[in-house]
Write a protein that binds this ligand. Structure first.
Ligand code: NI
Length: 176
């Protein structure tokens, strides 16, 4: 396994629409190694999700996990989940504003509206279909990662940049 270099905002790969993975390719060594490296990279940098475009691979793969994150100490636990060809559908029109960050905009936090409840459909790392409903923080993480596969980052979803903050100022003035 290897820790991969994370693409930062400005790298064109973050703005490309990632193509889906052919289901027959999922069990192959290339995709399996990539998934292992994405998990290791996410854990190394204390992320709670990472999408393949963030490690310079334009493919529809994301991994998420939240467990005692130093970057998100208040985050509820999310089990390790591998999501290939992820689709996210809102289940209700209500949006919720909350703080978001990203390993590709490592120094920033900003309040970002997201749907409160979504349905996620994807393939797991064995290529089996998975489908589940997620709410609040879990739903937010799924929408954030789905956006990476569409060439979007969280600041694209902010209606205003008034809350956009460096991490140290976020911790000092906003995190209470
Ligand atoms: Ni991100």
């Amino acid at each position: 396994m290897a820790i991969l270099k994370v693409a930062r905002l400005g790298h064109p790969v973050l703005r490309q629409i990632a193509p889906p993975v052919e289901p027959e390719a999922i069990q192959g060594a290339e995709i399996q190694h990539l998934i292992d490296d994405m998990i290791e990279t996410m854990r190394e940098y204390d992320g709670i999700g990472i999408a393949a475009p963030q490690v310079h691979v334009s493919k529809q793969i994301a991994v998420i996990e939240a467990k005692g994150s130093r970057r998100y100490p208040d985050a509820p636990d999310i089990p390790l989940t591998v999501l290939i060809n992820l689709e996210v559908t809102p289940l209700a029109p209500d949006l919720e504003d909350d703080w978001e960050g990203c390993l590709s905009l490592i120094d920033f936090r900003g309040k970002t509206p997201r749907y409160r409840q979504v349905r996620a459909k994807a393939l797991d790392r064995q290529g089996h279909p998975v489908e589940f409903v997620a709410t609040e923080f879990h739903a937010r993480v799924l929408q954030h990662e789905r956006d990476h596969l569409l060439g979007k980052v969280f600041i694209d979803r902010m209606p205003s940049f008034e809350t956009l903050s460096y991490l140290s100022e976020f911790a000092r003035y906003w995190n209470h």
